[in-house]
Write a protein that binds this ligand. Structure first.
Ligand code: PAF
Length: 285
């Protein structure tokens, strides 16, 4: 495994691999790797000749009052995990390497970036799309692997790739969960013991909504009301950012379930103490 810090070196390596006819899988991460990231690496290893793991805590996707400075970082532990998983290259640029001094260009996926997480994190997806497109240009992957836990991120990246004719296949990978249902996330580290015990309520509320739908409730407002109530009764939930039921294909809001409804996305973001956690599930009808 080789660690690359420079864009020029990464580009040269990728050019050489392409000339040799190798397929490249990119697993973009902000590091502090957990089993969710490992499952992305494994999927890349299975379907591509060479796997590049990028580790970059992207300042452009954090708002001014968000957790950029305290976001967990542990490059040594990440390298050990990557080596064990037989990653071929870690691409780990620093901030000045990734964004030169006078960086002015950003990628906006209109409309989709203003709903759900985008309502309370207005610059988040612009930062995500900008860094992901830069990574695609530097690494030139055939496939890129993203977790479904960040469903809106995945939908926005797919839209960006389609709209801008980027030649990369986006592979969505299942969410990995703790035994009690909590989705793995680097931010789970922020939770106190008591908060951690209560954090599974987020996924439980989503499963509750799924059960309501499957047992015939058709009014979305009634389902949302019950789920919001369930969440707000837990004293560790300090704020419900949103609890939405949408069309997973276009993220449009759904008001009523009828015979034409085939799939639904149930997605929520809540604050457990000061930690913002997100989760979702796609329900097939
Ligand atoms: O999902 C993440 O970890 C980040 O948003 C990503 C895709 C690596 C971009 O910084």
């Amino acid at each position: 495994m080789k660690v690359i810090n420079l864009k020029s070196e990464m580009k040269a390596v990728s050019d050489r691999l392409k000339k040799d006819g190798k397929s490249i899988g990119l697993v973009p991460t902000m590091g502090y790797l957990h089993d969710g990231h490992i499952s992305l690496i494994k999927q890349s290893k299975r379907s591509c000749d060479v796997t590049v793991l990028s580790i970059f805590v992207n300042p452009a996707q954090f708002g001014p009052n968000e957790d950029f400075n305290k976001y967990p970082r542990d490059f040594e532990a990440d390298s050990k995990i990557a080596a064990k998983e037989r990653v071929d290259f870690i691409f780990a640029p620093d901030e000045t390497e990734m964004y030169h001094e006078n960086h002015l260009t950003y990628v906006n996926v209109d409309k989709l970036d203003r709903i759900m997480c985008g309502k309370s994190r207005p610059i988040h997806f612009k930062g995500v799309c900008t860094v992901v497109l830069k990574l695609f240009n530097i690494v030139n992957p055939d496939k890129a692997f993203f977790g479904k836990k960040d469903f809106q991120q995945l939908a926005i990246i797919k839209k960006m790739v389609k709209d801008l004719d980027v030649l990369v296949e986006i592979i969505d990978c299942d969410t990995v969960r703790e035994p009690d249902g909590l989705a793995l996330s680097s931010r789970n580290k922020y939770l106190s013991t008591e908060e951690r015990k209560n954090a599974a309520i987020l996924y439980k509320s989503i499963l509750f909504a799924e059960n309501e739908i499957k047992t015939g409730q058709t009014q979305i407002s009634a389902i949302r009301r019950k789920c919001m109530e369930m969440l707000s009764l837990n004293k560790f939930i300090k704020k419900i950012d949103y609890f939405d039921i949408r069309n997973p294909e276009n993220l449009k809001e759904i008001k009523k379930i009828d015979s034409g409804t085939e799939k639904l996305l149930i997605a929520s973001a809540v604050y457990i103490g000061t930690t913002r956690l997100i989760d979702n599930k796609v329900v097939l009808l």
